[in-house]
Design a protein. Structure first.
Length: 254
């Protein structure tokens, strides 16, 4: 289900950092001159929207220095392999996420798990949308790369990976210290079609590989010095990472 981006879907969140609302999922463009980093890449059906979002910022696919994956679920790496093969864009992630991206295994919510939760408001419409957007397609990254060294990456924005396992084993958030921005992926979101609340929260339990670890990852995010949080799902949160992660923690323990 391709999405036609509108101007309001590309939000300037600070410095040269832009949050893009795709089809029920977000990606982030960190621009530096005529180059950029793309954090996540939507569903497979979002490929054209990803290219459109780059074009709206005066960038071409060849401008992408790397795709940084928060994790290897289909709604976050949907366009990654096409960017890699068509434009030579490397796809980087935490070393524990590399085999997941290759699809040596798949830790993703199953159709059975979704059907078991189908009585919950929002679950079936979300599932239909996910299927139409390529949520169950086989979209491995053939040559995913682990981060070359600990600490800040030598890429636009100097992103610092923050390992936040739980949603998946190798899930990473990305901190942009110079901009005061945390890209939280699915370790912390602010909304989802299957959730009845808005604001900082964990995704519903069925989406996590290890919910206890996902809860612990919020403590990690509380220690990140950022005053804007860009989640994998939901709107941008203007407020400290400490505050946002604390709110998510409280909601998860109710």
């Amino acid at each position: 289900m391709p999405k036609e981006l509108r101007d309001e879907d590309v939000v300037h969140v600070g410095d040269e950092v832009y949050a893009v609302s795709g089809s029920n999922t977000n990606w982030v463009i960190v621009k530096e001159g005529d180059s950029c980093v793309l954090v996540d890449s939507g569903y497979p059906g979002d490929h054209d929207a990803v290219l459109m979002s780059l074009g709206m910022l005066g960038l071409r696919p060849e401008s992408v220095a790397a795709v940084l994956a928060t994790h290897a679920h289909n709604d976050h790496i949907g366009a990654a392999e096409r960017l890699r093969t068509a434009h030579g864009v490397p796809v980087l992630m935490h070393e524990e996420e590399v085999p997941h991206a290759r699809r040596d295994f798949l830790h993703q919510v199953s159709i059975g798990q979704v059907l078991a939760q189908a009585w919950r408001p929002g679950v079936l419409p979300w599932a239909v949308h996910a299927l139409r957007s390529g949520g169950t397609e086989h979209v491995p990254v053939a040559e995913p790369l682990a981060f070359p060294a600990p600490g800040a990456l030598d890429l636009p924005g100097s992103p610092v990976p923050v390992h936040t396992p739980g949603h998946t084993r190798g899930h990473c958030a990305y901190h942009l210290p110079g901009s005061g921005i945390l890209i939280s992926g699915d370790a912390l979101v602010t909304g989802h079609p299957t959730s009845k609340v808005t604001g900082p929260q964990l995704l519903p339990d069925m989406f996590h590989t290890d919910r206890a670890a996902a809860l612990a990852a919020l403590t990690t995010l509380e220690g990140v010095d950022a005053d804007v949080v860009v989640p994998g799902h939901g709107p941008v949160h203007h407020g400290s990472a400490k505050e946002a992660a604390g709110q998510a923690h409280e909601r998860a323990e109710r």
